[in-house]
Design a protein around this ligand. Structure first.
Ligand SMILES: [Zn+2]
Ligand SMILES: [Zn+2]
Length: 252
């Protein structure tokens, strides 16, 4: 649905990145701003590159702290399991997340996902690669992005998980293998409880072709884990032996 012009302009005034000379979406009409903004998108200082060193230093790394298995911040740094990951029935063999979805990283990711700055995804992935390298990725056969229904993809013009998988492919040489499909018109996960998400996710995914034995699932944000868990269940049923999860962000 296209909002009335007045509302569209009103929204552009609030939603633009800090320090832009043009309000939000008008600035996006300049393609150069999408790919290489002149000022830091978060603090507005004029530096080369979309995010200055100070701001990217504030991205809160989601590795090395909290639960050793899933990096849940809410438990002690030595815990091997926590209430969050004990609740999952289909846990992966490896789990890695780049950053916590809050503060600067959340602001930048919202610009990428909802405000059309998707070419900047690589600038958020790059400092998060240290998390990916914690997975012994050479022992895996490929990357499986979380599929999105066609309607959803068209509403944003890109699928963040597929974009991440493509960037990881360019960086590591692992193939992108879209072996899991999603049923069209299936209900999204936003606003559902964990139990509802779990039941909903199970109905959404299906196997498109026979998968190799070791796969890394790629998603943008890890919230309850129900989506990746459902994909894991589908793949385990198809005799996939080893599964890892990589997400760029996780909710703290
Ligand atoms: Zn900055
Ligand atoms: Zn955990």
């Amino acid at each position: 649905m296209i909002p009335p012009l007045g509302r569209w302009f009103a929204k552009t005034r609030e939603s633009g990145p800090a320090g832009s000379k043009w309000p939000g979406r008008l600035r996006q009409l300049d393609p150069l701003q999408w790919v290489a903004p002149a000022d830091c998108l978060l603090c507005g200082r004029s530096v080369r590159g979309p995010v200055c060193a100070d701001c990217s230093g504030l991205f809160q790394s989601a590795s090395g702290k909290g639960c050793r298995r899933c990096a849940n911040l809410l438990v002690s740094d030595h815990a091997l399991s926590c209430p969050w990951c004990c609740r999952l029935r289909d846990l992966p063999d490896h789990l890695a997340c780049g950053f916590y979805y809050r503060h600067e990283a959340a602001t930048l990711y919202r610009l990428i996902k909802f405000e059309g700055y998707w070419p900047l995804m690589k600038h958020l992935l790059e400092p998060g690669m240290h998390a990916f390298f914690r997975i012994p990725f050479l022992e895996y056969d490929g990357l499986v992005p979380v599929p999105e229904p066609f309607v959803k993809k068209m509403s944003r013009f890109f699928n963040p998980s597929l974009l991440l998988a493509d960037l990881l492919c360019a960086r590591t040489g692992l193939d992108v293998l879209p072996v899991v499909g999603i049923r069209p018109f299936s209900r999204g996960q936003v606003g559902l409880s964990y139990a509802e998400r779990r039941a909903n996710a199970r109905r959404r995914f299906f196997l498109r072709r026979a998968p190799p034995e070791r796969l890394i699932l790629v998603d943008d944000v890890l919230t309850t884990g129900a989506t990746l868990e459902a994909m894991t269940a589908v793949l385990r049923a198809a005799k996939v032996r080893r599964i890892a999860w990589f997400t760029l962000l996780r909710t703290p």
